[in-house]
Design a protein around this ligand. Structure first.
Ligand SMILES: NC(=O)NC1=NC(=O)NC1=O
Length: 170
């Protein structure tokens, strides 16, 4: 899909395609539609990122809270969005051993208890086996710093999803 096609989309088409590039936050795509025409993928992405950066703290935390846990119940029960399902299963999170799954769930529970939002990691860009180690490292970060790190992961996921949709190299 090229950027001219994107610019020609009406609101419904745009939402059908881009509504979930930020996981379970269609409001962001609905707002970004107003910014058309977009010059290229980078311009489209810039508007998604700018919306997130312009949110108040409560809104930024809300974006993170819309993300499913890594290898959590929603993955077990097949309740993930198509995009998350693809990402998490491609990262092998569906095939964790019982001990690995328990370790990850313990760490994600500690993380959520400390920060008030789930641990978000762009699993397509990281070694999934390193997720527990990365989670344990980030668990020790100051809240303000961790919020920035987590939003950075949301942006990486957004970039990958947009690149997929526009048929570009991520
Ligand atoms: N909590 C998460 O990090 N979730 C996810 N990361 C991805 O890359 N896809 C997800 O669903």
């Amino acid at each position: 899909m090229d950027i001219e096609k994107v610019n020609s989309m009406d609101f419904g088409e745009f939402m059908d395609v881009f509504g979930n590039v930020i996981e379970r936050c269609p409001l962001i795509a609905a707002a970004v539609w107003s910014k058309r025409p977009f010059s290229d993928l980078g311009d489209l992405e810039k508007h998604f990122f700018a919306f997130i950066d312009g949110l108040p703290l409560s809104g930024q935390e809300g974006v993170l809270r819309c993300h499913p846990e890594l290898a959590g119940r929603e993955l077990q029960w097949g309740r993930l969005s198509a995009e998350s399902q693809r990402e998490q299963s491609a990262a092998g999170l569906q095939n964790l051993g019982a001990a690995e799954r328990l370790r990850l769930s313990e760490l994600t529970a500690q993380y959520r208890a400390r920060f008030g939002f789930p641990f978000v990691l762009a699993v397509r860009l990281s070694d999934p086996a390193a997720a527990p180690r990365e989670l344990a490292r980030r668990l020790r970060c100051p809240p303000a710093q961790e919020l920035r790190t987590a939003l950075g992961e949301v942006k990486k996921i957004c970039h990958l999803r947009l690149a997929d949709l526009l048929g570009e190299q991520p």
